[in-house]
Structure formats: C-alpha cells, structure tokens
Design a protein around this ligand. Structure first.
Ligand code: GTP
Ligand code: MG
Length: 364
C-alpha cells in the first residue's frame, strides 16, 4: 500500500516552473542525506529525466561574455509530447485526452500532465509514499484555467513560481504594480481571465484535506544577494499578494492551509539587469561576471517544507497496516532533520531575510 502525494507549480509561461521542479529534484540526495534512514528513488527511468532541465540551466554559463540574456533562453518551453512529435501550445489543447506517452500522462480526471514519480520510504523496505511532481505548459493558465484549478485541487502542495523582476520593478510612476499584475496575475488577468486569487478560491472550495502553498520567488538573484533587499522582496510580496494571503487567512482556510515564502535561485549568478523596453515587461539578465559559474541557491528549501508537510500528513493517516509493517521513528526523525535545515521556522524563531512562514506552522 502506497500513499500518493501530488505536487504542482502555478505560474504563467516562462515563469520558471520546470526549472523549479528540476532544481528540487537535484536536491533529493542532499536533503535526504546518506546517513538518513530514508531514501527517495525515481519510479522509472523516464522520471529521472527531470534532471535534464537542470543541465539546460547550466548552459546559460557557456557563453564567454557577460552578455544580457533574455528571460527564456535555456530551458525549453514545456510541451506535451505524443508519439515523439511535439505539439505546439496552440494545438495541444484541442487534442484532449488522446495524449499518452512517456512524459505526458492522463490523470484520473482525464487531463494531461507531465508527471515525474518518486518513491519515498525507509531504506531496504517497501516505499510508503509516492511523490508525483506535475508540470504542464504555462499557457494553460490563460487558455484552460479549469484544468489548472482541477490540478491544484488534486495536489497537496502547490508552489507559486513568482517572476521576481515583475514583482520588484515598477512599471512607471503611475503604474507601480503594472508588471506584477500583468505577469504574475495575483488577482484578475486581462480581459477577465482568472488570476491566482480566483483559481485558489475555486480549487479550495469545500476543502476536505490539508494543503500547503509555497510562494517561491524565482529569478531573484539580484534581490537575495543582500539582506536588506531580501527583506524588501518579502514586503513587496506581501503587498503584491495581499488579497490572496487574506483569502488563505480566512475562516475555513487558516487551519487547513500552510503558507510559506521560500525564494529560490535556480541558476545563481544570472542577475536581473534592466528592462529592455519600458512599455513592456522585457527583463534582461547578465552573468555576474565573465567567469561566473552555475551556482543555484536555496533549492533545498521548498523540498524541506514539502517533505515535512507530506510526512506529517502520512503519519496522521497511516492506518492500522502501518503498525504491522513499520514504525514511525525514522519518519519523525526525518521531519526533525528537514526542519533543522529550514530558513524560517516559527517553532524555533528562526527567520532568514526573504523567507517566512506566513501561516500553518502547526501543519509542518
Ligand atoms: N536568473 C534566473 N533565471 C531563471 C530562474 N529560473 C528560471 N530562469 C529562466 O527562465 C527561463 C524559463 O524557465 P522555465 O522553467 O522553462 O519556465 P516554465 O514556467 O516551465 O515555462 P513554460 O514551460 O513555457 O510554461 C529559463 O530558461 C531560465 O532562463 C532563476 O531562478 N534565475
Ligand atoms: Mg516548463
């Protein structure tokens, strides 16, 4: 008997969803640790393909100049693959349930996802938990929000990939939140399309299980390099997502939804530089210096919170069979180990600039 936990990322096209999932994957062995009683393993060979995208991130450092890089140049846009042919974003939604291949899969609700499955359990014992990381093309947010909503409802954990330059850079004196509203869509999208707030209101309607939401600023190298600007990032995030955070804090939600802010630099040393065109969101990035190397930071943090949350839910609902086949000590020890490495923990008072647990510390 294996308990499945689904994890997904919410964000527009090119926000950094795939990069985030792959950098989390790369942290598995580091966070679980060789001296731990637990292990995490890909279910099949294709599940380990997630690491391929981390290799793509690395290629950003192959240039011999500091040249400005645009936002979407190293990781390929996610697309659903069918019979080795890649379907373009516009076409793929019309094909509906026909997709089935080694990368995309059809969930029990009958829609498409790219799933990566990993077993988690005690070493040399049958795994007890399966983690399913679910990726999809970001265009879905605009073109098929119903699918996005259903996915979030199915997932225990949703990470919101926040485009940090859009959050931090003002779109002019009269439109300080222009880029953020257009790009991160915290409330309503253009032409009445659904924003984050409405998506969560729908997805968490009649909530009957505990959830965790991780707000993950990505492409945040410029601001995380200094404690003062890291704090500024957190302040601006709280204002930029105030309606969403109010919703999570409302009655019925606050006891059931853990909300954590945990920035991630999936590349490190590729730093936001300037807007190419003030009229549009057009960020340009530069390498820190000509010789800068791939140096991701904080990628372990989302994984630590995810594992804490999931193992706690698992221990709450283990059922009678667990008493027969296992004991909970290794899992409790692992939760404590993960907690020790977290950058914000209200239980211990630890607070690192830019990180915070907004609510639901009791769920972790
Ligand atoms: N500097 C910097 N760039 C990043 C970071 N994360 C992602 N990027 C850049 O953003 C690009 C897009 O990232 P993806 O992970 O492909 O974005 P996505 O949300 O999966 O995009 P779709 O699959 O099209 O929806 C990457 O090619 C990187 O160039 C980060 O933390 N720092
Ligand atoms: Mg992607």
């Amino acid at each position: 008997m294996i308990r499945e936990f689904n994890i997904t990322v919410l964000g527009p096209a090119r926000a950094g969803k795939t990069s985030l999932l792959s950098s989390i994957y790369c942290q598995f062995s580091q966070v679980i640790g060789r001296d731990s009683d637990l292990e995490i393993t890909p279910v099949s060979e294709t599940d380990s393909n997630l690491g391929r995208h981390a290799a793509q991130l690395r290629t950003a450092f192959d240039t011999i100049t500091q040249m400005p890089l645009n936002n979407a140049d190293v990781v390929e846009a996610t697309s659903i693959v069918e019979s080795n042919s890649i379907t373009k974003p516009k076409e793929r939604f019309d094909l509906g349930q026909k997709f089935k291949n080694n990368r995309g899969s059809i969930s029990k609700f009958g829609f498409n996802d790219i799933e990566y499955r990993f077993n988690l359990g005690q070493k040399n014992k049958k795994p007890k938990v399966q983690l399913v990381l679910r990726d999809y093309p970001g265009e879905q947010l605009m073109e098929n929000p119903k699918e996005v909503i259903r996915r979030i409802r199915e997932c225990s954990v949703t990470m919101i990939a926040i485009d940090t330059p859009a959050l931090m850079v003002e779109g002019g004196r009269s439109f300080p939140w222009l880029y953020h509203n257009d790009r991160n869509i915290p409330e309503n999208g253009k032409n009445g399309s659904a924003g984050m707030l409405n998506i969560f209101k729908e997805a968490y309607k009649d909530l009957n299980e505990k959830k965790m939401v991780l707000l993950v600023p990505v492409k945040c190298e410029k601001w995380m390099s200094d404690p003062a600007t890291a704090s500024l990032l957190l302040d601006r995030l709280k204002t930029g997502y105030s309606q969403l955070l109010d919703f999570f804090a409302s009655e019925g939600m606050s006891d059931n939804v853990a909300v954590v802010v945990t920035p991630v630099e999936t590349m490190g040393n590729i730093v936001y530089a300037y807007m190419d065109n003030k009229e549009n969101y057009s960020p340009r990035f530069m390498k820190g210096s000509v010789v800068s190397k791939f140096n991701p930071r904080y990628c372990d943090q989302p994984l630590r919170y995810i594992l804490r949350f999931i193992l706690k839910r698992f221990l709450e609902n283990q059922g009678f069979w667990f008493d027969w086949f296992g004991n909970d000590k290794p899992f409790l020890k692992a939760i404590n180990d993960f907690a020790r490495g977290c950058n914000s923990d209200p239980n211990t008072g630890l607070q690192t600039n830019g990180f915070t647990t907004i609510q639901g510390a009791q769920l972790l």
